[in-house]
Ligand binder design. Structure first.
Ligand code: PXP
Length: 238
């Protein structure tokens, strides 16, 4: 069985915002991705709405029920948006003002754990699946399981940025062990961040991961190859 592919289309909206035009429309991009191999569409609603905005989330959830995986922080305004538009699933991620992209998994301080408890409960009451974006380590996996998450998305940033063969192997082992533990604890496992057409293969070989969430490499490949080809090629690797 092939792995599922979630295509993150944030940067289609980045291009739109660069000229403040109504195009390219993420809804059009989602339609192309879903008809050429994507299993889910991933969008990150940031507090500053610098790419995807609430109107996009609303349109995407209306056009593609059951297919939208929303990434957002645990801020009450983000929870409100998620409960309003009801995506299929929500991945709660840490968000720092001014960051270029997500910089790592959730840090489970007591305050964060308390807030996640509330948010997971509220999302579950609306039948929205909950994923937590975490570092690939045993403590984070156990905390996510205790919190009642449905899915953990293992952060592949350290793997994708590994600067030597040895650190690459070590990061792959962290991903493999975390996947094993998460599956044992009844969690589904996603992986994402910094994955591209080359480094995705070793992660895809780890049994037990169900979905890869990939954005930047697919959208940038689309500039040269076209979006259908970029998505089809990535799905072919999984
Ligand atoms: N998963 C999560 C939780 C993310 O925050 C991101 C980046 O928005 C991705 C996956 C996709 O990362 P990339 O754009 O590097 O493929």
């Amino acid at each position: 069985m092939s792995l599922k592919l979630g295509v993150n289309i944030d940067h289609v909206a980045t291009l739109r915002q660069a000229r403040q035009e109504p195009f390219p429309d993420p809804v059009d991009a989602a339609a192309v991705c879903l008809s050429t191999g994507a299993d889910y569409i991933v969008v990150h609603l940031r507090k500053d709405a610098r790419h995807i905005n609430e109107k996009d989330v609303s349109s995407l959830c209306k056009h593609f029920p059951g297919k939208i995986h929303l990434e957002c922080s645990s801020e009450p305004t983000m929870e409100k948006a998620a409960l309003k538009y009801k995506p299929f699933s929500v991945c709660i991620v840490p968000e720092k003002p001014g960051e270029v992209t997500t910089t790592g998994g959730l840090k489970f301080t007591p305050a964060v754990v308390k807030r996640l408890h509330q948010m997971i409960d509220h999302l579950h009451k609306k039948h929205i699946l909950v994923s937590l974006f975490i570092s690939p380590d045993a403590a984070s996996v156990r905390t996510a399981a205790k919190l009642g998450a449905d899915i953990v998305e293992l952060c592949t940033k350290a793997y994708s940025e590994a600067s030597s063969a040895a650190s690459c192997r070590a990061e792959l082992q962290n991903l493999a062990l975390s996947t094993l533990l998460a599956n044992e604890l009844g969690l589904k496992v996603h992986a994402g961040h910094g994955l591209d057409y080359h480094n995705v293969l070793a992660v895809a070989d780890i049994g037990g991961i169900t979905c890869m969430n990939i954005g930047f490499s697919i959208v940038t490949r689309a500039l040269f190859a076209g979006l259908p080809t970029a998505v089809t090629e990535m799905k072919g690797l999984l």
